[in-house]
Design a protein around this ligand. Structure first.
Ligand SMILES: [Zn+2]
Length: 425
């Protein structure tokens, strides 16, 4: 009887395998004008159950990456040809990249198990991507090592009951200006939590190298704001390319809302989807999602001291300013743009990595309900940016783990520029 029970368990786990992407291809397309950009935007918001946009249609000069299932490749190519949109195959078989990286991760884990002696002081490293439990363990361990610099708290629970963690890095005192950073909005963008945890480590463990950043600024950091989705991308029965959160939608078999279309500032005014199966589903109401409400309430609690809101995504190498809802510029756009230029200059100086800075002339694409628009327009934070980290699509979300540290080193240089500016504000 017992043996039979275990036989059933084994069968179930074999059936509940991770989603596979055999034969899926990523196309790079170039929309040359506003009309073709509109075609692509429509495709993203109405057919992203089929065509998965790995990068957002942001402007007419930059390529957009779209993953297409094998059964739809012919339709897709026909559509691109019909609208005279340039296209090329960028990734010929998505499953092969996912599989190669999975094997690489497993070998890193084996190596770590072998070299148990000389273990580091905490569980997280930046040589591989880490699931939420490892990140949470790291936060606890680092806070215990540096109680005078860092505290962690759980500001709420996600739909599935995972912790929403908030890190505060501060030397105490009151009336200091603050920087708020979040990561992991979109589950599959693994480099985002990998960078945000690095910022925590750098500020705390490397405090002596730049004490002024922590002495003068309070840092509030939420490394994984979509914990259910994030865990699902690591799960044996999950989906490496999951983007949304994991709350089921009423009246639909499709799960999840795009939390970055769920914020209440010009919500649902374009560039998001009312269809629960779409990757850009806006939730059906502003702040319909518990995770979005927790982020909102956390930010509102510190909004009066917060000068900069940074939300970290991937990929595409963009440093973007609001607004998403209109091509009109924020009143303080010159300052927003100037800081972005100086931050990106320092980033590029490290390895030559090129970033595109969002500006009035190249942003044609509307998207409503993102967190950076709300941070400025709703919470009144003076500076808000969306960062889209490495790469430009050679690997996309499957950015090889060996790029984590270079990505983090270069992006940290940009964060230093932001911190210097906040100290002078
Ligand atoms: Zn994203």
């Amino acid at each position: 009887m017992r043996a039979l029970f275990f036989f059933f368990l084994a069968t179930i786990s074999a059936i509940a395998a991770q989603k596979h992407y055999d034969g899926y291809q990523v196309f790079e397309v170039n929309a040359k004008d506003k009309v073709s950009l509109e075609v692509l935007t429509k495709l993203q918001n109405e057919r992203s159950d089929v065509y998965d946009f790995w990068t957002e249609p942001r402007n007419a000069n930059r390529p957009i990456d779209i993953m297409v299932p094998p059964a739809f490749i012919k339709n897709f190519v026909d559509l691109m040809q019909a609208f005279d949109i340039d296209y090329k195959v960028k990734i010929a078989d998505v499953e092969r990249i996912i599989e190669a990286n999975r094997k690489e991760r497993e070998s890193v884990v084996r190596k770590k198990l072998r070299s148990r002696s000389g273990a580091p002081r905490y569980s997280l490293n930046w040589e591989s991507y880490s699931d939420l439990p490892v990140i949470e363990e790291f936060l606890t361990e680092l806070a215990a090592l540096y109680p005078n610099l860092m505290t962690t708290s759980v500001v709420g629970q996600s739909y599935e009951g995972n912790n929403m963690n908030l890190v505060k890095i501060s030397t105490g005192g009151s009336g200091k200006k603050a920087i708020f950073i979040d990561g992991g909005f979109h589950a599959r963008e693994w480099i985002s939590p990998s960078f945000v945890t690095w910022v925590i480590r750098e500020l705390v463990e490397n405090y002596a190298a730049h004490p002024q950043y922590v002495d003068n600024i309070d840092w509030y950091i939420m490394p994984v704001v979509n914990p259910d989705g994030y865990r699902y991308t690591f799960a044996a029965n999950g989906d490496r390319l999951w983007r949304k959160n994991r709350r089921p939608n009423d009246g639909s078999a499709c799960i999840g809302t795009d939390m970055n279309r769920n914020f209440d500032f010009h919500w649902d005014e374009g560039g998001s989807s009312d269809l629960p199966c779409a990757e850009t589903y806006n939730g059906g109401a502003a702040f319909s999602e518990i995770e979005s409400r927790i982020i909102r309430d956390t930010i509102l609690g510190i909004a009066n001291q917060t000068m900069v809101y940074l939300t970290v995504h991937s990929y595409g190498q963009y440093w973007l300013t609001p607004w998403g809802y209109t091509a009109d510029l924020p009143a303080n756009y010159d300052q927003l743009y100037d800081l972005a230029v100086r931050a990106v200059d320092k980033l590029t100086a490290v390895y030559g990595t090129q970033y595109t800075i969002g500006s009035s002339t190249n942003v044609l694409y509307v998207n409503t309900g993102p967190s950076d628009d709300w941070a400025m327009g709703g919470a009144g934070i003076p500076y808000a940016y969306t960062l889209e980290l490495r790469d430009t699509g050679k690997y996309g979300f499957e950015l090889p783990a060996e790029q984590i540290i270079p990505n983090n080193l270069e992006t940290w240089e940009a964060i230093k520029v932001v911190a210097e500016d906040v100290m002078a504000m």
